[in-house]
Ligand binder design. Structure first.
Ligand code: SAM
Length: 290
């Protein structure tokens, strides 16, 4: 038996709390999430049975009511009325961060429009967990949720994203994975991809490869469990680095490192500061001064 979690007895301010919950490993919950779930007047949950399991795992007794964005206006109206009365409402989804491919957007938009306080209780989200372990660039990324299930619509959706210079993040299901990867390979080109499966769970697996390879690999062997697919940014970064180095070296034959960095940064849309450091490394050896 685990010791009970150290819950805070500090009173909770009135408002709507967006509470992230584990995406697999039950220990991935924050102490603050437990405080909020324990003290809230109501827990609004995507599925009350899933919520009951979660709450009982932490020995929290809370009043739970089902809420998803398809709930009728009356259900949303009731939560808004409770907020207006000064209650503390926690919103949770079945896993991860509410609103991220999960219900909550309409409620948050309505609560914000009515001027209620909305508090974040951040925690797991499969998209960010997958990005962090992917090995793909993290400086710019675009989360695109679930691709359309039908190939034609999916290809159109991918076409719209083909020129985005950012790591792309999708949620996908096992049975659709190979077809989806194949459409990605056709529409994005054979970029690097990552399939992150069952994150934080017993069968956590990360598979890296080119999109075409990945599609072949999973065809005929659709993986079980939950999946995030990530696609490397539009331009091949290794090639880009080589091109930048080449351009810097040429510029350094006629310019100082700082001028060369400025010129090439502008040409490639990169940061001058980064290129200056690179230019110092690439410039020809300097004659020694006395
Ligand atoms: N709100 C959740 C979040 O913050 O990640 C996402 C909910 S969405 C309905 C569920 C999808 O998220 C799954 O079909 C899968 O694509 C992805 N997902 C959720 N948990 C995952 C996990 N442990 N490993 C990999 N993907 C996961």
């Amino acid at each position: 038996m685990h010791p009970p979690p150290p819950l805070s007895d500090k009173p909770l301010a009135p408002g709507l709390y967006i509470v992230a919950t584990p995406i697999g490993n039950l220990r991935d919950i924050t102490l603050r999430a437990l405080d909020i779930l324990n003290s809230a007047d109501l827990v609004a949950a995507e599925d009350t049975r899933v919520a009951a399991k979660l709450l009982s795992a932490y020995d929290i007794k809370a009043k739970v009511r089902r809420y998803d964005d398809h709930s009728d206006e009356a259900a949303r109206g009731e939560i808004l009325a409770r907020l207006a009365a000064g209650e503390r409402i926690a919103l949770i989804s079945d896993a991860g961060t509410p609103l991220i491919s999960d219900p909550g957007f309409r409620l948050v938009a309505a609560a914000a429009a009515q001027g209620h306080d909305i508090f974040a209780a951040p925690g797991p989200s499969a998209a960010l967990a997958a990005l962090a372990v992917s090995g793909l660039a993290t400086d710019r990324f675009l989360f695109a949720g679930f691709p359309p299930p039908k190939s034609q619509a999916r290809r159109t959706a991918f076409e719209d994203l083909a020129n985005v210079r950012a790591t792309l993040i999708f949620y996908e299901s096992g049975p659709r994975l190979a077809d989806s990867l194949n459409d990605m390979s056709d529409m994005f080109g054979d970029r690097p991809g990552v399939v992150a499966r069952e994150l934080t769970k017993l069968h956590e697996t990360i598979v890296r490869g080119r999109l075409g390879e990945l599609s072949d690999r999973f065809r005929g062997a659709p993986p079980k469990g939950e999946i995030v697919v990530l696609v490397g940014a539009g331009q091949d970064e290794v090639a880009l680095e080589a091109d930048v180095d080449q351009a810097l070296q040429t510029a350094l034959t006629r310019l100082s490192p700082s001028e060369a960095a400025a010129e090439i940064a502008k040409a490639f849309g990169l940061r001058r500061k980064d290129l200056y450091r690179r230019a110092l490394l690439l410039r020809p050896p300097q004659p020694e001064t006395e």
